[in-house]
Design a protein around this ligand. Sequence first.
Ligand code: ADP
Ligand code: MG
Length: 547
Amino acid sequence: MSRETLEFQAETRQLLQLMVHSIYSNKDIFLRELISNASDALDKLRLESLINKELQVDTDDLHIELEVDKDRRTLTVRDNGIGMSHDDVVSLIGTIAKSGTAELLRKLRETQDAGASQELIGQFGVGFYSTFMVADKVTLVTRRAGESQGTFWESSGEGTYEIESLDDAPQGTSVTLHLKPEDSEDQLFDYTAEWKIREIVKRYSDFIAWPIRMTGTEGSDAPLNSMKALWARPRSEVSDEEYHEFYKHVSHDWTDPLETIHMKAEGTFEYEALLFVPSRAPFDLFSRDGKRGVQLYVKRVFIMDDCEALIPQYLRFIKGVVDAHDLSLNISREILQQDRQIQVVRRRLVKKVLTTLKDIKTNDPERYGTFWAEFGRALKEGLLDDTENQDLLLDLMLVPSTAADSTSLREYVERMKDGQKDIYYMTGESRAMVEHSPHLEAFLAKGYEVLILTDPVDEIWVERVTEFDGKPLQSVAKGKVDLGSSEIPEEQAADFAPLLTWLGEQLQEDVKEVRLSSRLTTSPACIVGDEHDLTPTLEKMYRAMGQ
Ligand code: ADP
Ligand code: MG
């Protein structure tokens, strides 16, 4: 078969440029990325061999191998995992399918600040391409388990790659980095030094469940990593750093998590869970096909990514692992959804996540503020269907109001005026729009605080949630608001009667009723919705959706 030269997809090319000119200061992590990929490939092969008895592969010695050639200045990472087909290589290595790539690149172009770019790249996680920070040429040879043809791939990261089919390639994947010359100057960046490799593996990949071996050295061939499943170890024995590196492996994020949650349940249904709250929202948090981040293991065997049975949609940003002991390896997503035990686990996980967030809110308001800014909008979605945790979710909410940049509902209640029975809110497209609304006038005049709700999801949850802490939630833009204020004197009402009748006739196509109101102070008139009407923003939303 002949060798072809193909072009990288435009977005890939731009990301590669960033890597080639390496704006990321911690270059060591390229090895973590390659080992992480190799480990995933081994997980996939083991699972496939357990499920598919036809697959003729030897799984007795699944492992990761590192090989250094000082003379040629190469470093090779090899695994005997699932491997890739020719098409896999083109689509997985030649293109970036990650949602948010275009957005990331736009932001990177806009920012002039090196620190900010690093952070963006870190959030995105460039995976395989990080190799181009340290190599000026990368060669990949792979063969998918069960297939006879292998694939050769090579690139210098400059816009094109070469690809060719191979008749003989070992099953699995090997990635060879031709290291850049300048790195040899600096001892710290000498990736041909055995001690350096050992140190990086120990630091970033110790928990990897497969043996990572160094070949071609005089030393022993004992694994460089301890291979202990982090979630099975007692909390007291695991350092924050180890947790953080594990988080980066499961999340593909390069930034440390905001919080780690480690649980163990014993009894009739045993499981361990190691969950993380990320510190930054992913780019695709609100895209339709956004994935959930919890992986399912059964007794240390990886079963699936993105396990929707374990975590509700509104907590899709939570990352981590649940290892359940008494499930079949063959379990399908459909069966999982209906499994009673799994439903119990899911309930506990949700409770634990929410109470952990509550603790952060109580003990570390500043950190909680960061969390809320990133994930608050997703959390509010929980108010739409998680009725069981409604109170907890309301307690976790932070919203702006006419009296504060950000307040919790509890703080609002504490500030309520004597005689104020309701929690007042107004929804709208922006804070400025709400603040200038005539609906607010009478409330502000009386010194009442009004919550300002401007997220689209706010329009929906306020319809479902009727009260907090026994206090009804009341829109200032709906119905006859009882401010306990003056009745309109009869003679004044009589004076205005002809005007009201005339207005009613003029506007009969547009409004249900024209009435005299005491809710305004300076504006002459305003439009209010009926108690059960859609708000203007919701109406707009439904119309946009074609309903
Ligand atoms: P990510 O790991 O976040 O998906 P990467 O850039 O690290 O992104 O890898 C892209 C894809 O290439 C992986 O999802 C996987 O499908 C494939 N891949 C990479 N390395 C290997 C490997 N060693 N064995 C099999 N497939 C691999
Ligand atoms: Mg990866």
